[in-house]
Design a binder for this molecule. Structure first.
Ligand code: ATP
Ligand code: MG
Length: 371
């Protein structure tokens, strides 16, 4: 509503809605007309039948051809005779709603799977040590995308290494995260985790080992605690609070009307962008997985909170392999290695000093940001 108001677009959107509403009205009236006509015919038939039976029966009683008590039996039976017809008419109409719904459900069920889980993958397959990750000539285009979102990208992240991805908006950074999580499979190339193709792992085994703070946080309709427990369903209240404290979220949670039991998400208490992000970081703290991915995790947080979160993340990253994505370059300067993505391709890699010295893409980004 606020977007429509700011752009003075309420009237145009209102007109569009009016057209849609009229269409719905016309269609509803049409189907209602058909079903009412049907039931009218059946009901009239039933009533006429009953009247006819009464007439004939009455006549025969008066002429003495029928004992009066038999007439009563006939009258009861006529009503019963027409009942199945009435039911059939009602169910016939209902069945069409069923057909329409089933069509939608079957379309969904018939959708081909985008990523297939290997049936014989076992959970024991995962090496318990700090993960290392390799991309080998990975190319991926979204379905319907005209050009690849990730083009021929190769890199290797060592166990326990902290790497950062930087690059312009739309260069493919978040897509790399989606590929690691196997939300999609690349059209060519392979992704290896601990030297093994990620397609060899079961979904659970793969995703159990990865904690991600996504660029846009999704909160479920539910309490703060329930939302945090997405990170670890068995977490105790103490653990929830500890994670929230590390993510600099505990204070604002305590200020909510019911603290950790406040209902948030759609239709619940609205949180600010930075508050949502801090909850999402707390989730990652709770999950405590060996591969940590932070995609613009602190982009909406104020500088002071960010410093505190970075400090906490510093502890979290100590025994983890970490992938950082950030536009604010100050947050990634002490990464072990920085990968620069431009135009969907990996263009440069090295640490902050090396890349500055190179005077390439990274140096340009830094220059633009500090100017
Ligand atoms: N679900 C999707 N379906 C189709 N195309 C997509 C989808 N997600 C991203 N894209 C496209 O893929 C390209 C790379 O997007 P991606 O989100 O990886 O960029 P990014 O580097 O993370 O950008 P930003 O810094 O703005 O977050 C873009 O051109 C984008 O339009
Ligand atoms: Mg992104």
């Amino acid at each position: 509503m606020s977007t429509l108001k700011i752009f003075q677009a309420s009237k145009i959107k209102g007109q569009e809605l009016e057209v849609e509403a009229k269409d719905v009205y016309k269609r509803s009236m049409k189907s209602l007309g058909v079903s009412l006509l049907d039931s009218a015919i059946v009901k009239w038939g039933a009533a006429a039948g009953a009247a006819f039976a009464t007439g004939v029966g009455g006549l025969r009683v008066t002429t003495g051809n029928l004992p009066p008590q038999h007439l009563f039996v006939i009258l009861f039976l006529t009503v019963e005779c027409f009942r199945p017809l009435n039911d059939l008419n009602r169910l016939w109409h209902q069945s069409f709603l069923g057909f329409a719904a089933a069509r939608g459900i079957f379309n969904l069920l018939d959708e081909p799977l985008i990523v297939e889980e290997k049936s014989d993958s076992t959970s024991k397959a995962f090496n318990p040590y700090l993960p290392n990750l390799t991309f080998k000539k990975v190319t991926f285009a979204y379905s319907g995308g005209k050009r690849p979102a990730v083009k021929n990208v190769s890199f290797h992240i060592k166990s326990g290494e902290k790497v950062a991805f930087v690059g312009k908006s739309g260069s493919g950074k978040s897509t790399i995260v989606q590929l690691i999580m196997r939300f999609f499979d690349p059209q060519s190339g392979t992704i290896l985790l601990n030297g093994k193709d990620i397609r060899e792992y079961s979904f659970q085994d793969l995703r159990d080992k990865i904690a991600v703070v996504f660029q846009d946080t999704y909160l479920f309709y539910g309490t703060v605690s329930e939302n945090l427990k997405v990170g670890n369903p068995n977490a105790t209240q103490e653990e929830l609070e500890k994670a929230a404290q590390l993510a600099v979220a505990h204070e604002f949670i305590m200020e909510l009307p019911k603290g950790y039991d406040t209902v948030i998400g759609e239709r619940g208490v609205r949180l600010s962008g930075g508050q949502k992000q801090r909850l999402s970081i707390a989730r990652a703290f709770l999950k405590d997985a060996p591969l940590l991915i932070l995609d613009e995790a602190t982009s909406n947080v104020d500088a002071l909170s960010e410093e505190k979160i970075q400090h906490a993340l510093g502890h979290l990253m100590k025994n983890k392999t970490t992938i950082l994505i950030a536009h604010r370059l100050s947050t990634i300067q002490n990464a072990d290695r920085i990968f620069v993505i431009d135009d969907q391709e990996l263009k440069e890699e090295g640490n902050h000093g090396e890349l500055l010295f190179k005077k390439g893409f990274y140096a340009q980004l830094i220059k633009a940001q500090y100017e």
